[in-house]
Write a protein that binds this ligand. Sequence first.
Ligand SMILES: Cc1cc2nc3c(=O)[nH]c(=O)nc-3n(C[C@H](O)[C@H](O)[C@H](O)COP(=O)(O)OP(=O)(O)OC[C@H]3O[C@@H](n4cnc5c(N)ncnc54)[C@H](O)[C@@H]3O)c2cc1C
Length: 481
Amino acid sequence: MTSILPSSTQVLVVGGGPAGATTAILLAREGFDVTLVEKSKGSNTKIGESLLPSALEIFDLLGIREKVEAHGFLRKTGAYFDWGPQEWSFKFEDIAVNDNSTYTFQVRRPEFDNLLMSHGKTQGVKVFQGVQIKEISFAGERPVKASWSRGRGSEQQSGEITFDYLVDASGGYGLMANHYLHNRQYHEEFENLAIWGYYKNAKIKPIQPDNATITASTKDGSGWFWGIPVDDDLLSVGLVINNELYKARRSKASMKEVFLQAIADCPAIAEVVEPAELVSKIEIGQDFSYWAENFSGPGYFLVGDAACFLDPLLSTGVHMSFFTGMMTAASISSIFRNEITEERALSFYDRVCRFHYLSLMVFVSSFYHKMHKPDSSAQPSEFIAQMADFQKVDPQMREMVAQHMSSLLSLGEEGIRLAIEQEKKGLPASALREHHEKVFAQIWNGLFSYLPEVNGLGLCKKPQLGIFPVAQMSETVPATV
Ligand SMILES: Cc1cc2nc3c(=O)[nH]c(=O)nc-3n(C[C@H](O)[C@H](O)[C@H](O)COP(=O)(O)OP(=O)(O)OC[C@H]3O[C@@H](n4cnc5c(N)ncnc54)[C@H](O)[C@@H]3O)c2cc1C
């Protein structure tokens, strides 16, 4: 039987979600030989529909911007929060880091993932759907060969493929972290699960800004909801709730009842779905929020959910997939072109991605902190120092993140303090709202537009994608997406 996969490739990418597709396309555009293997045939459903504005710059790098624009996904122009006693919204154009981050999209994920993979084919990626990677063989610590299979029974085909680099983009499955490295750690901060479903005829139109994601906490403070318009007439509604609390409620009611009771306790969502019809079954996702102890090692890179996943409060999942995909493609490109040693590239990749991930983690934790301890007087630096998951980080990285994030969170604290003072003085609600938006804009920019130089290295996007000593770069682009 002839093999459907080549017997060797420069880079094998396992998984065709946003992380795998981004890495593969960027590497192919740099001229390398890339094989991407995706086990599904493209028809499965997937959660993770709400993108961040950082996606636009990645679409440009991938050369897919026009196709995404033309596809008909909803254009998401901002976000709306109803969190504890505070309510605020912002338009991305008002907080944009640059002209290229003024909007984004709400996407139907299977279609979006297929669009990325199809585009990959046009960019030279060898894409194989319906093929599963079964086993990895190592030379010492270095993965060098994978076995694959396709189909079942008498139809089954299988074979082996050798490679120079393995990119594990297998998502929650965690091919490397779960099956070989055994180094996935679950966070203590977010012991949450999510249950979600889809509504037709919801009151999507009045949601402001246009097609914004609604993020709203329940009145009893037990959890929060997302409301994501994925279509003109389809709203994704999901509840994120503590594992133990869910178990206690579930012992007395069905999953659907728990979901509906929580909606009734969340006015911002109850109002939107009040006329609507639940048209899907309720699904559940557990054990999210984790990271692998190492994001890379000799001959391999972990990208997207295969490396790490953060509670979905800020919709950072696909953003991290793009980000880690871009950083991996830059790292491998520079190694292949002999611009940097593998050792330095691995260390750069691990540290720059961990810094970004940790910064987002601190920010998301601070939201939960406000939810669970609204009267806490802990200073941001104290709060960060007390975060359980932070203790596992090496001291140098801890210091870098703590410094960056305590200044951003302090900005938020100061903003709230001023708003309360002004409220006492009788400032109108509209002015207070404006004030919240301004503060949030500053924090958002700090979160998404800053990355440190790591060991003197930085990301360069043009004229070639790679990582270079910052001092040597002619056209440097800050390492952000
Ligand atoms: C409740 C919840 C809500 C979320 N909401 C959002 C949101 O609104 N916005 C957002 O940005 N993110 C959200 N996310 C996160 C988002 O879904 C993920 O971060 C994102 O899908 C990760 O992309 P990925 O490419 O890393 O992995 P995936 O999209 O999971 O892709 C991995 C691919 O690898 C394939 N694969 C696995 N094993 C193998 C193998 N052995 N061989 C071949 N193929 C294999 C799988 O079939 C899969 O297609 C949410 C997550 C959860 C749990």
